[in-house]
Design a protein around this ligand. Sequence first.
Ligand code: ADP
Length: 295
Amino acid sequence: MLMMLFLTLSKDPSSQVDQAFFSERKRQQEDLQATLSHELRSPLAAIKGYVETLLRHEHRLQPEERHDFLLAIADASTRLTGIIQQLLEWSDLETGAVLLTWSQVNVAALTRESLLAAKLRFEQEAHASVSEHTFSLSILDALGLPTLHEPVIEADQQRLREVLEQVLHNALIYSPKGGAIEVVVRLVPSAECQAKIAEKRLSKWSRSHTFTTSSVLEISVRDHGIGIPQQAHERIFDPFGRVDMSLTCEVNGLGLGLVISQRIVALHQGVIWVESEVGQGSTFHIWLPCKKEGL
Ligand code: ADP
């Protein structure tokens, strides 16, 4: 599959293909090579290094040292498994091999579950017992007023959980300890979303999007972290489109999480986009059509 990726991204430009398209492909290829070589090599190098040390010096190592080495091997293996899973999922989404399983989904309940899962993943990765971030979840009605009524929409629960977990996990890793993460679930008239699409040209994925329902359910996740420069707002939804490659050394990731999220939201006939300023934080908005009225 990796060979397929390299070939897809490295086709020669024909004379008709416009230069901007080729430069974009070239940039994607460079991102791909840098990301894959870091993300695959570093866990493999860790596994190889620890296994070789264990084989050579096992009798000289203290039991605690042996245990630490085994933990590091387990961590690196988990990272590699995650990378392979993400690549396979992305490939399935690209080839249209994913079918959604529709059901009635309580979005507020799903957000709470996703938050717990994202926190757990973050704590495992950071080897911290608590994430130290603070969280809030507000549910607003169509007038923007708080409500106890939890909206239910038709969606693929498993896939939507994956999107929420990804965005919440990103909010955790890209914002400081103790930072506030605010989730708002609210009903919005489709016309409002449509106007924003027209006015802001949110991203190439949503430029021509049309909502066919009269209302949209918005889930927004706001953090107060490092933020994303304006010129990268579209790129982060491109495969391997990490903002700053120097970050790759600090935060592990393939730059596929938001791509997979974008594809899943699109399969729901929805839109995901970001509002962000460097140093101020980011708000990821997920818009999903409400198929039934009065939710
Ligand atoms: P990764 O797995 O590499 O984090 P994602 O697809 O989830 O990939 O995100 C792509 C890039 O978008 C990240 O590498 C990061 O640069 C940027 N990003 C995503 N979420 C945030 C956020 N909440 N704050 C700042 N940057 C973010």
